[in-house]
Structure formats: C-alpha cells, structure tokens
Design a protein around this ligand. Structure first.
Ligand SMILES: C[S@@+](CC[C@H](N)C(=O)[O-])C[C@H]1O[C@@H](n2cnc3c(N)ncnc32)[C@H](O)[C@@H]1O
Length: 222
C-alpha cells in the first residue's frame, strides 16, 4: 500500500530529477488554459501538490492569486525559484490547512494519484470545504485503477509509489463530495510529451477512454 511518508521523502530526494523531466507544455497545459478562461474576476486559486511549480503554478500565478501547497520541502524549494514571491505552503492535501470558502478555484495535477485510495475522498471533501460555493476544480487521475511501485523511477534509483483509483471512481468521488462535473478529457502522459494529444470525453464515458490520464473540471454545487 502506498505510504504518504515514503512518497514525501521520495519527492524530496528526486526533486531535481523530476523537475528536469517534467514537460512544460503539452495537453495538460492546454486544458489549464481552457479552465482558467472559465474563471471570472480576481481569483484566488489553490494548486495542491504543486511540486516544483513549473509549469502549472507558474502559469496560474500569471493571472490569479495562486497558492501552492505541497508536503515535500524540496519541491517547495524549487517552486520558490519558479514563482518568486509566490505563496507556498507546506502541508498535506488530505487536510488542507486553509479556512473554509477561502478559494475560488483549485487544481491538482498528478498529485491525487499518490494519495492512498481510501483517503482520496477526503482530499476531494477538503477541496469542497476550502472552495467557495460555485468554486471550480480541475483534477487528474489515471484512467485505469492501478496501485504499485517503481523502484527506480525516472532512473533516479529512488522508489516511487502510486495508488490510482481510476477515472470512474474519481468521478464518483467528485460527485459524492458535492461537485458537478462540467468537462472531462483523456490526456497523454506529459513525462513522454511529444506534443501529445488529448480528447474531450463525455463524463459518463470516462472509463472507456484509451488515454492514460483523465482530467475533470467540476463546479462545487451552491
Ligand atoms: C507528480 S508530482 C506533480 C507536481 C506538479 N503538480 C506537476 O504537475 O508537475 C506530485 C506532487 O504531489 C505532491 N504530493 C503527493 N501527495 C501529496 C499530499 N498528500 N499532500 C501534498 N502534496 C502531495 C508530491 O510531493 C509532488 O510534488
């Protein structure tokens, strides 16, 4: 079973390796542009599991008051360079250390997949608490459920582990937490980006898509 403490230490230990291999463009960023375009007015937005801050937190900071949260101190050290003067908080996304109704929007790029499956509903409930009614959320998950480790992730010699609930389960968790799904997309892997593709999906049909990753945009019900 995935251990949050082991994941946190692994992200500390491979911070530079991950940052060097994280593609800074690709379909995840096109979706982020579409998502940001749906936000109105001055926006306070939370990036949970912000990692090294590129490209997601950096992009959000261009148009919003963005707050990056991560439990890895080394990832936050890199994020401080990527987003100088940015608001960064060390904390766990399963218990977001923010007041209720304090954000207009939230995103979680490739971070939910490291949270133990049984705790993932708590992450989405935490988002529902810190977002204002009508707030917007963009999250991604693996399309197919899978749990396991890679003992030498990114040729770093460091073990990384994942607990992927799968798109259908995450859709159900979002709805149970009070979110109405507005959009879904299948997305290629941005660690192997070659201008890779993405495709809009019917939220009811996310489990059938052939892409490895599924993104959801959702609105917190008023
Ligand atoms: C694959 S990286 C993604 C980083 C960034 N969002 C991106 O798109 O490149 C996953 C990040 O989630 C963070 N993370 C994983 N589980 C977390 C948790 N329970 N609370 C806070 N951060 C977490 C890790 O430390 C890591 O920085």
């Amino acid at each position: 079973m995935v251990s949050r403490e082991r994941v946190r230490r692994a992200y500390d230990d491979l911070a530079d390796v991950y940052a060097a291999q994280r593609a800074v463009d690709g379909p995840g960023m096109e979706l982020l542009g579409e998502f940001v375009d749906t936000l109105e007015g001055p926006t306070r937005i939370l990036d949970a599991g912000c990692g090294q801050g590129t490209p997601v937190l950096e992009r959000l900071s261009e148009s919003a008051m963005a707050v990056g949260l991560d439990f890895s101190r080394e990832q936050l050290r890199l994020a401080a360079d990527s987003v100088p003067g940015g608001a960064l908080v060390q904390g766990d996304m399963t218990a977001l250390p923010f007041e209720s109704d304090s954000f207009d929007a939230g995103v979680a790029y490739w971070s939910l997949i490291h949270v133990p499956n049984a705790t993932q509903p708590a992450v989405l409930e935490a988002f529902a608490r810190v977002l204002r009614p009508g707030g917007r959320l963009l999250v991604c998950d693996g399309t197919t459920d899978w749990a396991g480790e890679n003992p030498d992730w990114l040729d770093s010699g460091i073990e990384m582990s994942w607990d992927i609930a799968g798109a259908a389960t995450t859709r159900d968790h979002l709805e149970a937490a009070g979110f109405a799904i507005t959009d879904a997309w299948g997305v290629e892997d941005t660690l192997e980006a070659d201008g890779a593709g993405y495709q809009r999906l019917e939220p009811t049909a996310v489990a059938d898509n052939d892409f490895p990753w599924t993104f959801f945009a959702a609105t917190l019900e008023e």
